[in-house]
Design a binder for this molecule. Structure first.
Ligand SMILES: C[S@@+](CC[C@H](N)C(=O)[O-])C[C@H]1O[C@@H](n2cnc3c(N)ncnc32)[C@H](O)[C@@H]1O
Length: 238
């Protein structure tokens, strides 16, 4: 290791059930694809045409397939720190004839140039990342000014539920409510328009109906469109 490279915290490996679940039809049809569709709708008018895209934490590669169709990217990168999942995602992309550069890499240390990406998709990855600050720093670094980060996260009111804790494994950094994720984005100089944020309560989260103004506090999920600000000024302009 180079002398001044940061030492990243160890990751918390997912359970075998967790890995299987994320390859299932249930995950794809009820979790992943509805979230990506909603984020795409929330982001309307913000994403460059034929963008350079990064799928950050691509898992089995279903999001890669979605974005290849939806965004018509001029270049598509996807990374995951799990080598076996990277191989699965590569096979899937190969079978579908998708031109994507899929690599084993941590989102906390991206081997991509500064200002080189128009769109980062980060679906349900951040709550597995032990060093979320480094991940956000990297997303901001690789995004061009006005580039867009589509973030979908599970929040602590959902993750702390017994069935979730029984079958899945998450690091302590996952103990965040939706507002914590919005603050994290703003701290890293992303502009978050409240009209482009949602706090969904799909049936599978077992969440009670929204309590109006306090919806973000007990929300099981947080979906946000975050736009990289131009300079280093604070993104705290909501
Ligand atoms: C819940 S899965 C989501 C996968 C995919 N985005 C989807 O929605 O199908 C979380 C993924 O994040 C990956 N991951 C966790 N920490 C990571 C890190 N530091 N860098 C890259 N990937 C990471 C895991 O290997 C896993 O594939």
């Amino acid at each position: 290791m180079m002398k001044n490279e940061p030492v990243l915290p160890r990751t918390v490996p997912e359970t075998r059930i967790g890995v299987w679940f994320q390859s299932s039809r249930i995950w794809n049809d009820y979790v992943l694809l509805p979230a990506l569709e909603e984020l795409w709708r929330l982001a309307a008018g913000t994403i460059a045409s034929n963008p350079v895209v990064l799928d950050a934490g691509c898992g089995h590669g279903v999001g890669v397939e979605w974005v290849a169709t939806k965004a018509a990217p001029s270049k598509l990168y996807a990374v995951d720190e799990d080598q076996a999942l990277v191989e699965t995602a590569k096979r899937r992309a190969g079978m579908l004839g998708i031109d994507a550069e899929i690599r084993c890499m941590s989102v906390c240390r991206l081997d991509l140039p500064d200002n080189s990406v128009d769109l980062v998709i980060c679906h349900q990855t951040l709550h597995h990342v032990t060093d979320q600050e480094s991940a956000l720093r990297e997303f901001r670094r690789v995004l061009r000014p006005h580039g867009v980060l589509l973030l979908a996260e599970s929040c602590w009111p959902f993750l702390r539920r017994l069935p979730v804790r029984l079958f899945f494994r998450h690091p302590p950094s996952a103990r965040r409510i939706a507002d914590d994720y919005l603050s994290l984005l703003k701290r890293h100089h992303f502009v978050v328009d409240p009209a482009r944020v949602s706090f969904p309560r799909p049936f599978w989260t077992l969440a009670r109906p929204s309590q109006g103004a306090g919806a973000s506090v007990d929300s099981p999920l947080c979906h946000a469109v975050a736009v990289r600000s131009e300079g280093d000024e604070t993104g705290d302009r909501t």
